[in-house]
Design a protein around this ligand. Sequence first.
Ligand SMILES: Cc1ncc(COP(=O)(O)O)c(C=O)c1O
Length: 390
Amino acid sequence: MPGDSTKSVHEAEPFDEETGSLIAPIYETSTFGFARAADVPLAVAGSGEKGYTYSRWDNPTVVRLEKKLGAFEHAGAGAAFSSGMAAISTAVFAFLKGGSHVLAIRDLYGGTFGLLHDMLPGLGFSTDLVDTGDVSALESGLRENTSIVYIESPTNPTLKLVDIGKAAKLAHANGALLMVDNTFASPVNQNPLDLGADVVVHSATKYLNGHADLIAGAAMANRERIRKIKMMRRELGGTLDPLPAWLVLRGMKTMAIRVRQQNANAMALAEFLSSHKKVTAVHYPGLKTHPQHELARKQMRGFGGMLSFEIKGTSRNAMRFTENVKVATLAASLGGVETLVSQPYNMTHTQMSAEDRGKAGIPETLVRVSVGIEDVDDLIEDFRRGLSAA
Ligand SMILES: Cc1ncc(COP(=O)(O)O)c(C=O)c1O
């Protein structure tokens, strides 16, 4: 099997046979014409493989991206979406049955928390959230009607890990699917399907695209599960448009090289922060002091570009840090080439009550960092300046 850099550049990138164009075109069309009426049923039945009908169902540019997505997660297939939340909600709805129960970890991305914790119960489903990092909590939360066990690893923004292999075994013993949000790790650092998970979801807005210039999402699984997810996508309508699909394809060509640089920069920043007197805690799975460092070594190939740390003092100290860095920018989101800092308590995690934020370990003094690909010495100098002003 080719390595990640080779796959980044070449997977699903055939040159255009008609013109020889090295880069395949963007099929920016809503619908597809037929010369023969007899071909219509075939295209409808084998959408995306035996022909195209309508771009909310399938489109050649989007299908090309889906092949690349599937290859990166060692899955049989992929589906592209108009946002990470469209991927997550569509994949969840594809595997719910009347009255289903969803079991999830507490440390979820805010939008996913809102979907599972606040919205599903109003629609006749039930959700339980259990403590993250302790797989036995998942075991005791399983019920007879649990259809989906939903996890993230590493978690946002606390960088806790879930043992994906153990979570898969527990889910399967109960007849449930394990769904993993792999956004934080990226497929370069971790492949949950290889560890036993059934469906992987991503905010492709982040590492997959890598340039902070669009919103997109992805789901990867075996062909049968992706077929189900795509049927749900047809009706819910969150398909990705061909133009951003083409941009994600372009972004993915540098994914392996970007992510490896981000891994290295994050490790150096985590070490710098660990020795700074104004920092009371650093959360990064690559540090030997991380309580689940051994698990990180077992299930990840790289430790990722995300870290968070706690600043001595109050919320105002964290705010001053985020205002005084100059290379990094105070902004939500992550996974792009530029370093971003944020205070999850008042930015990305406001859907959670203060009590839930407390339970999830998100104090006001927590700063989340999405480490970019800048020169690491510039980043360390920038953080030193930010901390001295904090
Ligand atoms: C871990 C994680 N999952 C899912 C999402 C949602 O993705 P999107 O904003 O592309 O809908 C985000 C967004 O920040 C995220 O951080």
